[in-house]
Design a protein around this ligand. Sequence first.
Ligand code: BGP
Length: 478
Amino acid sequence: MGFRPDFLWGGATAANQYEGAWDVDGKGPSTSDMCTNGTHTQPKRITREFEEGTLYPSREATDFYHHYKEDIKLFAEMGFKVFRLSIAWTRIFPTGMETEPNEAGLAFYDKVFDECHKYGIEPLVTISHYEMPYGLTKAYNGWAGRECIDCFVRYCEVIFERYKDKVKYWLTFNEINAGTMPMGNFLSLGILNEGTTDFTNQVDIPQLRYQGLHHQFVASAKAVKLAHEKYPQFKMGNMICFITSYPYTCNPDDIVLNQQQMRISNWYCSDVMVRGEYPSYAKRFWKENNIEIKMEPGDLEILKEGTVDFYTFSYYMSNCISCDPTAEKTDGNIASGLKNPYLKASDWGWQIDPKGLRYTLNEIYDRYQIPLMVVENGLGARDVLEPDGSIHDSYRVDYLRQHIEQMREAVEDGVDLMGYTPWGCIDLVSASTGEMAKRYGFIYVEKYDDGTGSLARRKKDSFEWYKKVIATNGEDLA
Ligand code: BGP
């Protein structure tokens, strides 16, 4: 027993947090380019126009655009079998509405994929990871507009055809279920309602969010169907931000409340994408929340025809759900939850729960029985760059070790697990706060919250550790 011999060890990144070069070679502004930086306590802002003198961390990020050769070489040195990255939609279609793609943008990813293959690294591509053309926000209020479906499908047609011999694994939308949470408005759906300024406190119209999600489901299913018909070698996946929650007590009210929470925030999207239809509980949820999904003839058929081949998810933390309004709260990934007295939390209040990963893998596999992949996991922490250039991140090694141990338990429980790509394998900008100080990487990048830094890369202690983990296929975690 143990991880399968062809287990896909690697790391994960996203264009909007890593690439930089936000206006280079014809790239258009994306939704993430409109976000300022923030901190744990000071929310980042969404600006409608660029403000002179304001720092936009995605603009330069950690500049993969000009460092891709160096970075992929370092990934290869760790022994990566797979590298998860996303394509910036705005490099290919700067406003999202062009009919012809931007050749310079396409050429960049050709070089990146060629570089990966040089080292035998398989790219795993997220088609839209927390960014879309800001032009689509201005024109249609993002995914609230049905027009985005055709724009997305056109984008997929172009990249599928261009990279058909270079990319086999594709994920349509990063953490698509972010759209079930208010923060997902701009982050994941490009919806910017009148009055929104703060990223963490957006003006929320659930009707628009769930309608936007419907459009994403249809767009995703169309892309999957196209891939299956034209490119049988492709493997198409969904991607869910899995926020495992537990009932705070055995009070049946807590149990039922938690079931509802798990359904809407975790299962709703994957039930559609894996089973090809809305779940039985959707109708009541829509009714009780005054949501009316407008569908066009053929939508339900498309959902049926475009189901994914494998299920991927991010897992960082868990939280608790209670009907007691006085229960103590804590922060978390995209949404906050209740404090679990049995768990410790990161400096950003995300509760660390390795066993929750085993539990989650089993729950997902029981439900769908298709191959799974953990495409994000990791510890956001403040690293210290020592005067001699070393970074001693034993806390990160502890976190990852405990999660890999629990993945192995899940494999022994019978879960079909394809691979593991820890988040931010090289330091990049935080999605929730826009900070550089919240680091996840095996590789440190000299870039700081005030926008300064040489962008030099340095190996952290976790680099050598992860290299050994991969070399032993997860046997040696010491
Ligand atoms: C996930 C996102 C990533 C990423 C990660 C860590 O939700 O898919 O884009 O950034 O979380 O979150 P943060 O950067 O907020 O620490």
